[in-house]
Design a protein around this ligand. Structure first.
Ligand SMILES: NC(=O)c1ccc[n+]([C@@H]2O[C@H](COP(=O)([O-])OP(=O)(O)OC[C@H]3O[C@@H](n4cnc5c(N)ncnc54)[C@H](OP(=O)(O)O)[C@@H]3O)[C@@H](O)[C@H]2O)c1
Length: 276
């Protein structure tokens, strides 16, 4: 058996490409396969919840108006991909401008339509499709991270996959009623607090709040086969190949840069230090 086949057999015993956190260096060297992987962008959450009630929404709306938080949300997410559920998309009412919007829905919807004037809009019918889209668009735009922006069901969907590296969390000191929640607890052994900032209520902010940034201590690295971007699988959807065509140059240069980084990496295949 060819060495490359050996390595592929070993890799195929893994359930999903997302579980291939790091390819052991010995196997990578033996089979010369390291260049086949690209590290995917990192996934972050951005969420505002009441403290201590953990409410994030009521009647498909935010239960408060906090101008400072909306501004911060815009600053942090602008230029990136944002993933959301169809309910959150409906409550916003339009694609967020200057961001690529990936909206999860079980209804079959077409991605062939014209790019919407505000921000590009892509529909995804499951988590893996949303991740693939977010990865592809982020790579083409040379972004090293993207954001899951809610609501409750979509946060849960991504918490289940345990792939989140950073959480931008606003705790709003408000005793409000709600029907959507984010109850996740940040365990100290798993999460590091990077930033903490208190803000008072003001004429523009209904309530006082605290802005926190948590980072996962043991970072999740997602790798994909480079070939995932080029095989027949992708031509299943016309718009993806169109996207690839339009962004071929950026994707190629990203791919080459990563191949170099992978080959040059002495201690580990992880690109963590370069990205964090
Ligand atoms: N405070 C915050 O930071 C914040 C942020 C965002 C949202 N919110 C609030 O959260 C509330 C909305 O949360 P929510 O849980 O009701 O709705 P949601 O998470 O925004 O969207 C749920 C919808 O997403 C789709 N979906 C869920 N899982 C899916 C899967 N595995 N595959 C494909 N599609 C899937 C389904 O759409 P279909 O029904 O179309 O199939 C489902 O109805 C609102 O009140 C909103 O204002 C708050």
């Amino acid at each position: 058996m060819e060495r490359i086949e050996l390595a592929e057999t070993w890799l195929s015993t893994k359930a999903s490409p997302f579980e291939l956190a790091i390819v052991p260096r010995s196997i990578g060297q033996r089979a010369n396969i390291v260049a086949k992987y690209v590290e995917m962008p990192s996934i972050s959450f951005i969420v505002a919840r009441s403290y201590p009630g953990c409410v994030i929404g009521c009647d498909n709306k935010l239960p408060w108006h906090l101008r400072s938080d909306l501004r911060r949300f815009r600053e942090i997410t602008t230029g990136h991909v944002v993933i959301m559920g169809s309910k959150t998309f409906a409550s916003i009412g339009r694609p967020l401008p200057n961001r690529a919007n990936v909206v999860l829905s079980n209804e079959v919807r077409s991605n062939d339509g014209p790019i919407v004037a505000d921000g590009p809009l892509f529909w995804a019918s499951n988590r893996e499709a949303a991740l693939y889209l977010a990865d592809l668009v982020s790579i083409a735009n040379e972004k090293i991270d993207f954001f899951v922006i809610g609501g409750e069901r979509i946060y849960s969907l991504f918490l289940d996959a345990d792939l989140i590296n950073k959480v931008y969390l606003t705790e709003v000191f408000a005793d409000v009623a709600g029907d959507a929640y984010f109850r996740y607890k940040f365990a100290r052994d798993k999460w590091r607090l990077l930033h903490e900032e208190d803000l008072s209520a003001s004429e523009h902010d209904d309530y006082g709040s605290r802005f926190l940034i948590y980072e996962r201590k043991e970072r999740r690295n997602r790798l994909r086969w480079l070939s995932e971007f080029y095989t027949d699988k992708l031509s299943k959807t016309e718009w993806v190949s169109q996207y690839l065509k339009e962004h071929r140059r950026e994707i190629n240069s990203y791919e080459q840069a990563h191949q170099l980084e992978l080959f040059e990496s002495q201690d580990s295949l992880s690109l963590q230090s370069k990205i964090s």
